[in-house]
Write a protein that binds this ligand. Structure first.
Ligand code: HEC
Length: 89
């Protein structure tokens, strides 16, 4: 019983960290784009690695997500710039 409670918290901890990992990396979380990514793209699912979001197999999906997140044209540009910068490692 006790063991399962500990395990539960460990899982929560890992899940919580993984979504922020990509954004904390390089300190980009403090940029406008980083904050936009967390605010707009983590509501329905955890954050995907920036390079993966803009990869060729996800190009169409990115446009769908931009609509789902109800981004303005300006926000889309900021987010794209952020993902490109964060993905190029
Ligand atoms: C309104 C809910 C919602 C919002 C907001 C949202 N997504 Fe999604 N996203 C989904 C759902 C549901 C899926 C599951 C697959 C599908 O429907 O295409 C998904 C799937 C994805 C995938 C594909 C993962 C895979 O491997 O199949 C990526 C990448 C993605 N989202 C990126 C983003 C980005 C970037 C944003 C911010 C601009 C965003 N999402 C905002 C609902 C959302």
């Amino acid at each position: 019983m006790k063991k399962s409670i500990v395990l539960f918290f460990i899982i929560i901890f890992i899940a919580g960290c993984s979504s922020l990992y990509y954004v904390n990396n390089k300190g980009l979380n403090d940029s406008v784009g980083g904050r936009l990514y967390v605010a707009k793209c983590s509501g329905c699912h955890s954050l995907y690695p920036p390079a993966y979001v803009l990869s060729s197999e996800n190009k169409i999906r990115f446009e769908v997500m931009v609509k789902r997140a109800k981004l303005t044209g300006e926000e889309e540009k900021i987010l794209k710039d952020f993902l490109l910068a964060a993905g190029a490692r």
